[in-house]
Design a protein around this ligand. Structure first.
Ligand SMILES: [Zn+2]
Length: 385
């Protein structure tokens, strides 16, 4: 199927070139190797390179005919059996053959654990499973694994090892090798790449991967955050309930503040259950209205007027002043991560929009072969996964 598809595209480009050239009859495909490769052709050559490495990256369509989120990889395990791992995607309807695993890198909604957690083939870290349960108030029925280079899980004969990505509590990268020894690494979103191993096929994100966009270049404003905390009087921080709120509490404790922190109920439940050494956390109004408070950004307006308010974000479109505390690597950090991991091929699979394509383009321009999810042309139906 793949090669039939490749052939069609090569023919198409060939005939386009013929149209633009009066001497077309004397041309053969060899002539075109001197032309700049069409992005589609580049994508196809990378797809073939992946196949040489024993990896087929595929996308699926859902019942509405649109793409299911993210992708799946097909490969052979070391015992020679074909295996499919679905990555940060929704479940395939039960009547179809299921992948060997639904890998969930972390519990943010745009990685679709809310759906995948209902499959007994879901695989995520123990803390991600707990976060999903608290966030969605439903039972996680898959398998769990600790996070760290010494933590691994057997998935139908494939030994999958986990590595922390520092993005949220419990966020993990998954690493395994296929039949021909290709090392495959799926990162999910990354804040700290220092633990990640080298690999041959890297499947990673580009949340801030657009080098030409100045908002993709930033540093955390740790000093600004500390200054806001040291001001006299009450202070409130707007932070998403999962991810940013736990990072805020971690930093506040690192700054040496030992008092009670008031939190909105979901943020409180997540932080108390997920974060060790979180100190005294209480509900809104339970510390007497003095001190510090963390609520989702949209709840800041509900708090009393005389409290100083900030949003912990890299965005600049909030009503309240922003302090740049991000749970992501910026554009420079992402490139350093990929250079450190040193893959033969990088697949950029997240987020939606054009950032994966822009990041892949940038990586190609610096000599790292890359393909973005929108250029993966292998589309399998549920029957063929
Ligand atoms: Zn995330």
């Amino acid at each position: 199927m793949v090669f039939a598809c490749d052939f069609k595209v090569i023919k198409l480009v060939h005939s386009n070139n013929i149209k633009n050239d009066g001497n077309s009859k004397n041309h053969n495909l060899q002539t075109y190797k001197y032309l700049k490769p069409h992005p589609l052709i580049r994508g196809i050559s990378i797809s073939k390179r992946l196949i040489d490495l024993g990896v087929l990256a595929v996308r699926q369509k859902n019942v509405r005919g649109t793409f299911k989120p993210h992708l799946a990889v097909k490969f052979r395990s070391t015992d020679g059996n074909p295996r499919v791992f679905s990555i940060d995607s929704t479940r395939v309807p039960k009547k179809y053959q299921q992948p060997d695993a639904y890998l969930i890198t972390h519990a943010h909604s745009d990685h679709h654990g809310k759906s995948a957690m209902l499959s007994d083939r879901a695989v995520c870290s123990d803390k991600t499973a707990l976060a999903l349960r608290i966030r969605h108030d439903r039972k996680y029925i898959g398998s769990t694994v600790g996070v760290g280079a010494n933590e691994s899980i057997d998935i139908n004969g494939v030994t999958v090892t986990t590595y922390s990505t520092g993005h949220t509590v419990g966020s993990t990268a998954f690493y395994w090798e296929n039949e021909v020894g290709t090392r495959i690494l799926v990162t999910g979103d990354v804040k700290d790449a220092s633990q990640l191993p080298k690999c041959d096929v890297l499947i990673t994100e580009a949340n801030y991967g657009d080098h030409a966009d100045s908002t993709c270049h930033f540093e955390d404003d740790i000093t600004g955050f500390n200054n806001a905390i040291e001001m006299n009087g009450s202070v409130a921080f707007g932070a998403y309930a999962f991810g940013k709120a736990q990072r805020a509490v971690e930093l506040i404790r690192e700054f040496g503040y030992n008092g009670a922190i008031e939190m909105e109920s979901k943020s409180l439940a997540l932080t108390q259950n997920l974060l060790e050494n979180c100190g005294e956390l209480v509900g809104l109004g339970e510390s007497g209205g003095e001190g510090m408070c963390i609520v989702p950004p949209w709840d800041l307006g509900k708090l009393p007027r005389d409290i100083a308010k900030y949003v912990l974000t890299g965005r600049d479109d909030y009503y309240y002043p922003a302090i740049n505390i991000s749970d992501h690597l910026d554009a420079t950090g992402l490139v350093k991560m990929v250079e450190g991991i040193d893959p033969k091929v990088a697949i950029i699979y997240h987020p939606n929009g054009d950032r994966p394509a822009k990041f892949a383009q940038h990586l190609n321009s610096i000599g790292i072969e890359s393909i973005s999810i929108d250029n993966i042309k292998n589309v399998l139906s549920n029957e063929f996964i």
